[in-house]
Write a protein that binds this ligand. Structure first.
Ligand code: GRF
Length: 189
């Protein structure tokens, strides 16, 4: 069964683009579920509007990160989830999930890794006056934004750019490519 979980913490525009591709039958899946770690994030609203089952797990409701991830794993197993795609999930993945989903957790990041890891990737690209940035889709491992790279797409940075403008152009490419790479990964096994 090609069942996938998208993990998100915020706006969920990447989640939306994957759902759109699924609904348009461009991305052939048996099921998508959404996992969030923020009770009121907009991704949840998108899930409701698109009839996608969603679950929220809040770290502070647990005694440890291990228990938090164990609870997520229980849900993923119950839902028969085979792949996890992070899309703006603002938390490190730890051993519990990594062991259960070995080589089955993928992330999208708004820079050309290994440049500009972390949550301020777009601002750092601008601060460093690079003329090329972009996006990276990569496997997730113990280190932040450091797993094996699957796909990269360059995006030109202009002198007139600010965080908002560059974010918009990078995200446009994320929405175009993430579901296509998901499709390839799933078909490859
Ligand atoms: C994306 O730009 C992604 O690269 C990064 O977080 C952002 C999430 O945006 N990891 P959204 O929630 O999908 O709109």
């Amino acid at each position: 069964m090609n069942n996938i979980a998208i993990f998100a913490s915020g706006n969920g525009s990447n989640f939306q683009s994957i759902v759109d591709a699924y609904k348009n039958k461009k991305l052939k899946l048996d099921k998508i579920i959404l996992i969030t770690n923020k009770k009121n994030c907009y991704a949840i609203q998108r899930a409701y509007e698109n009839n996608i089952k969603n679950y929220t797990f809040v770290l502070k409701d647990y005694n440890s990160k291990e228990e938090y991830e164990l609870d997520i794993v229980r849900t993923l197993v119950k839902e028969d989830i085979k792949w996890i795609f992070l899309a703006g999930y603002m938390m490190m993945i730890t051993d519990v999930l990594l062991k259960k989903y070995d080589k089955k957790i993928i992330n999208i990041h708004p820079s050309l890794l290994p440049s500009f890891k972390g949550k301020d990737a777009i601002k750092e690209a601008l601060d460093n006056k690079v003329y090329l940035s972009g996006l990276t889709i990569h496997y997730v491992n113990h280190e932040m934004d450091a797993g094996e790279i699957i796909f990269q797409k360059q995006v030109r940075v202009y002198k007139t750019d600010n965080v908002e403008k560059l974010t918009k152009r990078i995200q446009k490419q994320e929405h175009k490519y993430y579901w296509q790479i998901i499709d390839k990964i799933i078909k490859g096994g």
